[in-house]
Ligand binder design. Sequence first.
Ligand code: NAP
Length: 284
Amino acid sequence: MRVLLTGATGTMGRVVTPHLVSSGFEVRALSREPRTDPAVDWRRADLATGRGVRQAFDGVEAVVHMATLAHRGRRTATVDVYGTRGLLECARSAGVGHVVFPSIVGVDQAPVGYFAHKLRAERLVADSGLGWTILRATPFHQWLDGLLARAPFLPADRTIPWQPVDARDVAAFLVDLLTGGPRKTIENYAGPEVLATDELAGQWRRARGRRLPLPPVRWPGRTAAAQRAGLLNGPARGRITWTRYLSPLGASTEEPDIAAEYGGPSIEMPDRRGDEGYEPPTRV
Ligand SMILES: NC(=O)c1ccc[n+]([C@@H]2O[C@H](COP(=O)([O-])OP(=O)(O)OC[C@H]3O[C@@H](n4cnc5c(N)ncnc54)[C@H](OP(=O)(O)O)[C@@H]3O)[C@@H](O)[C@H]2O)c1
């Protein structure tokens, strides 16, 4: 099956793309930059302008739409909402049978900022007339790892429960979804354990041997309130724990080198200060 991937170079895409290739899918991937890779048919395209998008659809049977421009205000709408609309129009013209759309567990519980854009995009997918499956996941280990690696300190709200999931578990589920065809449902997919912010960051500090100050704060805003209430967590479907993800650089030498294999601490995260929806935490 020929699958078109958007966002193949992102945190999720870097895990999903090789997984789909090794599972036997014929992968065509979009990026704004020129790329070469014998295993992937790279096409240059930009969802914000539409450049190259329609031309990438010949022979495509399914789409995994991972592209996003998170926490960038109107620019987020341009990519995540209007870009999604344009992509869906092209998918309809090309007779695509299934669009899998990754989203975030609880986007409907705090529809402000980035979550509001994601929710609008979800609705476009569900109303597209195409076969679809929405896959809402909790934050990826790979994303949290990159975030913590970049942070000089982490204002840590101990009342916030996290249920991170490994992008490899999500990638394996994606293969099941593509193989099984459109479900026309929203699938929630969370990791195997719930950890408070300080537990999560404390484990990371020990595993990475880093001194990351964790000043206690209370995070403000609707998104934090929803997360504090557990509304951004979901069914524990993933199997790889945060401890296991971190283990290659920790005490255990028996685990596979997960972090090195999947980007690990080198993942670059955008600086969110000044972005729409970002509210600086308050000290307690
Ligand atoms: N990160 C998490 O923890 C997490 C958790 C749950 C759900 N999700 C969801 O998973 C999906 C992927 O997230 P991610 O964290 O992997 O994103 P990411 O690391 O920020 O990657 C964003 C991707 O979008 C592409 N992109 C951005 N603007 C584009 C444009 N104008 N045209 C075409 N492509 C564009 C980029 O490709 P190029 O730069 O190559 O063009 C890049 O591959 C999103 O829907 C997100 O909401 C993420």
